[in-house]
Structure formats: structure tokens, C-alpha cells
Ligand binder design. Structure first.
Ligand SMILES: NC(=O)c1ccc[n+]([C@@H]2O[C@H](COP(=O)([O-])OP(=O)(O)OC[C@H]3O[C@@H](n4cnc5c(N)ncnc54)[C@H](OP(=O)(O)O)[C@@H]3O)[C@@H](O)[C@H]2O)c1
Length: 361
């Protein structure tokens, strides 16, 4: 049994880690840290966890929680994990759900989050926790930077196209929509019911903080520096992310040419070819469900689950491919992915405690 400590345990992603671990056969929660709820039973703050999580929130004191902890999940805002990482390393493994350890180059964190990195040497050692792309490095990692919700969905939608060299990396445009829990549990006017209900709103355009994280992973896949356009939107639903990505197929005939289309070294001619290629790429990735030509991803189909539903279409008129994916931002986009990382770091089957359908409808 792995002993788990959750920091920021009173927030939305912390609550999801507690929910998932309440039925995990190989891990148990021993400490749940909260600065504002210390002394209260977890079930008072998360009514869904009554009787399922017996823990009581405790103070943020590492000397109390580290001695009997194997792995720390840090579910707090950016800047928190890098402040405590040096104390944790060597005593327990660290999975940070925030962005502090997502960038191989700490200067990128500093540029986009506007503060100096407090543990740059650890950031360089940390592994980006997208199991579908980095499982072998995650196995031996001491610190995992759990990916952001939008980057998880966007990178999984686009990875096969870049890995097989089918698209012009500079042509990638990502249009994304998220439910309101993506903003966390702290109240704010922009997330107040009358402000979000009956409305869809773009935000952070251009220059949302998830852009460099998406570009880091797309660049690794493409084997060269990639810049992309990323446009997030807030939609009036509790959970879920849907991304629709557009890119130009390499080698496709110019619009107006009467030559039949065929893209890239894999001779992609239509949607059936693209879907076959996605199935090949994700064949051994249990949480990626590649949908066929008659199905499209939607957030309700992944609600509460760790699955990412993904598919793509060739648009022969424009020579573009349209890749789509859906996840639950709090599960595959945060807590579920963090548990998937824990499983891999400790040699468990990555599906342990996670491989279950979500709620429907
Ligand atoms: N929401 C999502 O969909 C999502 C997805 C992927 C990643 N993330 C990332 O996951 C992290 C947590 O997000 P969330 O949505 O769970 O946020 P949240 O609901 O606002 O919860 C964050 C929790 O962290 C604690 N906290 C706040 N400031 C802290 C500090 N300086 N030191 C220690 N603890 C602090 C707070 O608990 P106390 O006041 O009780 O201590 C709070 O309950 C963030 O970095 C976020 O970017 C979120």
C-alpha cells in the first residue's frame, strides 16, 4: 500500500484525487493538507466523500506528513510546489498538478507565470507527466509535472499527426472549450452563475498560459520548434474540455488542383486512413479511445472518467485535417492523470483504480 499526502486537498482537483483514491486498491490517503480547514473531517468540505474518506484535514507542516508518505500530490496554485519540493525530494515522490514542474526550461515558467523559479535544478530533472508520451521516463521520475487540462486534450488530439510528420507544424490552430470547474473552487465574479450561464466566452486570447506547454510537447513530437494558435473558451457546464484542432496536411495538392489528395509519407488519402493511423499510434494506450468515422468526441461521454476520446477528419476541399478530443478536465486533465502517473511511478498497472466508465447521461 502506498501512503499518499494531498496538499491543497480542499480544492476541486484535491477532492478528485481523494475521490479516486477512496477506491484505489494500492494506495491510501494518510494526510490531507489544508490551510483553512485543518481539524475538519474531509466529508464536511466534500459531501460526496462522506463515509468514503475518513481523513481529517491537517496543517501544512512537512515534518508531520513526510515521515510516513510515499507520494505527495500537490493540488495547489502555481508557485506552491516549487517552494516545498526541495524538502520533499529524497523522502517522497512528488506529483504537482500545477505548472511549476511542467517545463524542462525554468525560464519558460518564469516568462509565462511572471515569477522566478524557486527550484530550477529540480525543474530540469522533473518529467512531464503525459503517460501516453512519456511513460518510460515517468517510471523513474522523482518529480512529475502533471500536465494542464487544455494541453492534455490538445496534445493527445494532435500527437499522431506530428509524430508521423503528416501536417505542417506551423499551421496548427487549436480551438478549445472548458467547463467552469477548470477555474478552481475559489469564487470569482467571472465564474459567478449569472455571468457564465447562457453564454460562451473566449478568454486569454492570444497568450493563454497553457500555450507554451502545448508548444513544448508539439515541438518534441515534431522534432523542431513549433508555435501554434490556441484559443480557449469558457462554457456553462461544470466539467469537460473539447478541443477542435486544424492543421494543413503536408503534400496535399493546392486547392483547385485536379490531382487527387494524398498527404505525407504514410499516403493518407481520407478520414479512414487517418483513423487507422490514430488507432495504430494509441494501440497500447488504454485511456485513449479512438473514435471511428461515425462518432465524434463530446464531453458527456468522458464525464467523471480518465478517458480521452479522440478522432480526426480529412477535409479534402481545404487540404486540412481536423482533430478533435474530449476529456474531463478534473480527471484526465488533472486528478485521474495524476493517479495514472502515480501508478506508473510505482510500477503498478497504469489502469489501477482508474479504469472505469464515467457517468452518462
Ligand atoms: N481545475 C482544473 O480543472 C485543473 C486542471 C488541471 C490542473 N489544475 C491545477 O491544479 C491546481 C489546483 O487547482 P484547483 O482547480 O483544484 O484549485 P482550487 O479548487 O482553487 O484549490 C486549490 C487549493 O489549494 C490550496 N491553496 C491555495 N493557495 C495555497 C498556497 N499558497 N499554499 C498551499 N495551498 C494553497 C487551497 O486550500 P486551502 O486554502 O484549504 O489550503 C485550495 O483549496 C492549480 O495549480 C491548477 O492550475 C486545475
Amino acid at each position: 500500500m502506498l501512503n499518499v499526502t494531498v496538499i491543497g486537498g480542499s480544492g476541486y482537483t484535491g477532492g478528485e484525487v481523494l475521490r479516486i483514491l477512496s477506491s484505489h486498491p494500492g494506495a491510501r490517503v494518510v494526510h490531507v493538507v489544508s490551510r483553512t480547514h485543518a481539524g475538519k473531517p474531509v466529508g464536511e468540505v466534500f459531501p460526496n466523500l462522506r463515509q468514503c474518506c475518513e481523513a481529517v484535514f491537517c496543517e501544512p507542516d512537512p515534518s508531520r506528513y513526510l515521515p510516513d508518505t510515499d507520494v505527495v500530490f500537490c493540488c495547489a496554485p502555481h508557485g506552491t510546489a516549487m517552494g516545498i519540493a526541495r524538502e520533499i525530494v529524497g523522502k517522497a515522490k512528488l506529483i504537482d498538478l500545477g505548472p511549476d514542474f511542467r517545463f524542462r526550461d525554468p525560464a519558460v515558467f518564469e516568462e509565462w507565470y511572471g515569477k522566478p523559479h524557486e527550484a530550477p535544478e529540480l525543474a530540469q530533472e522533473a518529467v512531464y507527466g503525459l503517460v501516453e508520451l512519456h511513460a518510460s521516463e515517468i517510471k523513474s521520475a522523482g518529480i512529475v509535472g502533471n500536465p494542464g487540462c487544455y494541453p492534455t486534450c490538445s496534445v493527445l488530439a494532435l500527437a499522431p499527426l506530428l509524430a508521423y510528420g503528416l501536417i505542417d507544424p506551423e499551421s496548427v490552430v487549436i480551438d478549445a472549450k472548458s467547463g467552469v470547474s477548470g477555474a478552481g473552487r475559489s469564487p470569482g465574479l467571472a465564474y459567478h452563475f449569472p455571468e457564465v450561464n447562457d453564454s460562451i466566452r473566449p478568454y486569454g486570447i492570444p497568450g493563454h498560459r497553457h500555450t507554451p506547454e502545448i508548444e513544448q510537447e508539439l515541438s518534441r513530437l515534431a522534432g523542431r520548434q513549433v508555435k501554434c494558435s490556441f484559443s480557449p473558451h469558457l462554457v456553462p457546464m461544470t466539467r469537460g474540455i473539447l478541443v477542435t484542432c486544424y492543421a494543413r496536411l503536408l503534400g496535399w495538392p493546392e486547392v483547385g488542383s485536379d490531382r487527387a489528395g494524398a498527404a505525407g509519407s504514410r499516403d493518407i488519402r481520407d478520414t479512414g486512413d487517418i483513423i487507422a493511423l490514430y488507432r495504430e499510434y494509441y494501440e497500447f494506450r488504454p485511456f485513449v479511445r479512438v473514435l471511428g468515422p461515425g462518432e465524434l468526441p463530446h464531453t458527456k461521454a468522458v464525464y467523471g472518467s480518465n478517458f480521452c476520446d479522440v478522432t480526426a477528419r480529412v477535409d479534402p476541399r481545404t487540404g486540412r485535417v481536423i482533430a478533435m478530443a474530449a476529456i474531463d478536465n478534473l480527471v484526465k486533465g488533472a486528478a485521474g492523470q495524476a493517479v495514472q502517473n502515480m501508478n506508473v511511478m510505482f510500477g503498478l498497472d497504469e489502469r489501477t483504480g482508474l479504469y472505469a466508465p464515467g457517468l452518462y447521461p
